[in-house]
Design a protein around this ligand. Structure first.
Ligand SMILES: C[S@@+](CC[C@H](N)C(=O)[O-])C[C@H]1O[C@@H](n2cnc3c(N)ncnc32)[C@H](O)[C@@H]1O
Length: 241
């Protein structure tokens, strides 16, 4: 079955004039808090030179922080909100390794957009932070499908955020957060790790790693199988029947 959620990928219009101060740009307190721990995990996962597609970049604080720390990481930010793109562009303007942000809505009705090329080859990584709990559930399948299409063989999908892990008690802060999210929008809420895993497996992504992060968040890592890896995995699956 193909994912039901199509998506678009298109270049954003040229950003407006830069503000006099980056400090004047909208800022997420959570992104300020978590950008350092997330960077530590990225540094363990990514090679010194890497092409990264970030989905749902929001304020662009992560893009700016990660790209500034690693000038040889080529960062492609994106978001579905046009106003966010201008903020990202302004915040990342001093960084030559950050590309102009793309308008990328995982749920937009434009399947052809997902096939549009983003330069030669695939990305080494696709990153999505704080997206799956604050968007409708089909966003998960759409993200997995996008990663499967956009990653090079062996590339990684990295997802950060709070999750409910089956068989483990939900932390009180995460339970309260989940209730708050669902009250704000009935389609939102913490996702069950097993459900997310199923969508990833369906897209052909192999689970690699789960990293515990501050404030009861997780970093989840999947890898797009290499052709050789797929053959080995398929042989193993056949042998186990
Ligand atoms: C809570 S913010 C997270 C921003 C940033 N990643 C961070 O961690 O600070 C969620 C972001 O997801 C974006 N978003 C929501 N639904 C989306 C979709 N269908 N496709 C792409 N981005 C989406 C929103 O526009 C928003 O910028």
């Amino acid at each position: 079955m193909q994912p039901t959620a199509p998506r678009t990928l298109a270049a954003t219009p040229a950003p407006q004039a830069l503000p006099t101060s980056l400090a004047a740009l909208p800022t997420s307190a959570a992104a300020e808090r978590n950008k350092r721990p997330i960077l530590e995990v990225l540094e363990a996962l990514l090679p010194p030179e890497a092409r990264v597609l970030e989905v749902a970049s929001g304020t662009g604080q992560h893009a700016a922080h990660f790209a500034a720390a690693h000038p040889r990481w080529h960062w492609q930010p994106s978001d579905r909100d046009a106003p966010a793109l201008h903020i990202i562009a302004q915040r990342c303007a001093p960084l030559p390794n950050v590309a102009p942000p793309l308008l990328l809505d995982l749920l937009a009705p434009d399947p052809a957009g997902a096939a549009a090329p983003l330069g030669d080859g695939g990305f080494d990584a696709v990153l999505a932070a704080n997206l799956l709990h604050i968007s409708p559930w089909p966003t998960c399948a759409a993200l997995m499908h996008l990663a499967a299409m956009r990653l090079r063989e062996g590339g990684v999908l990295i997802v950060y955020g709070p999750f409910e892990v089956e068989g483990e008690p939900l932390e009180p802060s995460n339970r309260a957060f989940d209730e708050d999210l669902r009250a704000r929008d009935a389609r939102w809420g913490l996702r069950k790790l097993g459900d997310v895993q199923a969508e990833a497996a369906h897209a052909g992504l192999l689970f690699q790693r789960r990293v515990a992060m501050p404030a009861n968040n997780l970093m989840l890592v999947w890898r797009l199988a290499t052709a050789a890896g797929s053959t080995v995995a398929m042989a193993a699956a056949c042998a186990s029947r």
